[in-house]
Design a protein around this ligand. Structure first.
Ligand code: GDP
Ligand code: MG
Length: 301
């Protein structure tokens, strides 16, 4: 008997750094969201699209939360609330290697008042030893019990894949019957240029410290076929000359490293050879210029 085709939206909600973007990439099977140990990596809300023979899930990633900490609860709830909108299910991610914290509590509290089904993913399960697993699971179960809910719990590792197929199955079953919403080969709702720019920004984040990350933006100027290759021309924008110096590095070494690592990631996304030309440009205060922000693809949230 043919199975009913299902489709719908799933919001990924959780504190910064619990692995939302990593899980999105894992489920979509391609790198569409950048990830990093630096909180606040995801600047835009991004949708990753997962298509199988019987279903299409549109996964909505949410940006991290800005400091200051005294506002953390409020901001977490606001960010979660923005993401929930009309989704069909909520995937609430926790760092399963730790006990639930205050931030998790804020989100749980908000979600208890939602009508959509909620699934709890205990991510980073690879960091929990076999001996600890039962305890952790029960700890989270009684935490939910105290909150008065019994959301299904899925331990998983977005990084290594354990538990992800079961999670995908559970989410799929929660989707309403419906047609494909995007063509089968679509992996993201973001334009390719923005995805490519994000891959470069990720490599910058991996290689720089405090003084650079939040002042960096990347603009992909051109993506053109060049024989069998795709040629990409991009500019990294920074706010100060000193930051430009850091990004270029001694003898241009840093920029070369960023470029070749980003190029490898682009080749995976595009599925073919890429030629990348990368420049660094100083644009003072680009972050406070609305026109610049729009040009760079940052939407208000
Ligand atoms: P987000 O802020 O919730 O989007 O978190 P990210 O997806 O950017 O991940 C934050 C950090 O946690 C990154 O360094 C990831 O590599 C790491 N991470 C994500 N998922 C896992 C996991 O399942 N296991 C482990 N060990 N690390 C993970
Ligand atoms: Mg993220």
């Amino acid at each position: 008997m043919p199975q009913t085709h299902r489709s719908g939206f799933v919001a990924l909600i959780g504190r910064p750094n619990v692995g939302k973007s990593t899980l999105l990439n894992r489920l979509v099977g391609r790198k569409v969201a950048i990830t990093s140990a630096v909180a606040q990596t995801t600047r835009n809300r991004l949708r990753g699209i997962l298509t199988t023979d019987t279903a299409q899930l549109v996964l909505v990633d949410t940006p991290g939360i800005h400091k200051p900490h005294h506002l953390l609860g409020e901001r977490l709830v606001q960010s979660a609330r923005n993401a929930i909108g009309d989704v069909d299910a909520v995937l609430f991610l926790l760092d399963g290697s730790q006990a639930p914290g205050r931030g998790d509590g804020f989100i749980a509290d908000l979600l208890t008042r939602q009508r959509q089904p909620v699934f709890l993913a205990l991510n980073k399960w690879d960091q929990v030893t076999a001996a600890q697993r039962q305890d952790r699971l029960e700890g989270h179960r009684s935490w939910l019990h105290e909150a008065g809910v019994d959301w299904p719990i899925h331990p998983c590792s977005a990084l290594e894949g354990e538990g992800c197929p079961a999670l995908q199955e559970a989410l799929t079953a929660a989707m309403p019957p419906g047609p494909q919403l995007y063509p089968a080969d679509t992996v993201s709702d973001q334009p390719e240029r923005l995805l490519l720019a994000e891959l470069i920004r990720e490599e910058v984040l991996h290689r720089t410290r405090e003084e650079v990350p939040h002042s960096v933006a990347v603009q992909v100027e051109r993506v053109v076929p060049d024989g069998p290759r795709t040629a990409v021309l991009a500019t990294v924008l920074v706010e100060r000359t000193s930051q430009k110096g850091i990004l270029i590095g001694k003898g241009g070494r840093m920029l070369r490293d960023i470029g070749s690592a980003a190029r490898r990631q682009m080749q995976k996304l595009i599925d073919g050879p890429v030629y990348l030309e990368l420049f660094v440009k100083v644009v003072p205060h680009w972050r406070s210029r609305p026109a610049r922000l729009a040009e760079l693809g940052y939407r208000g949230d």
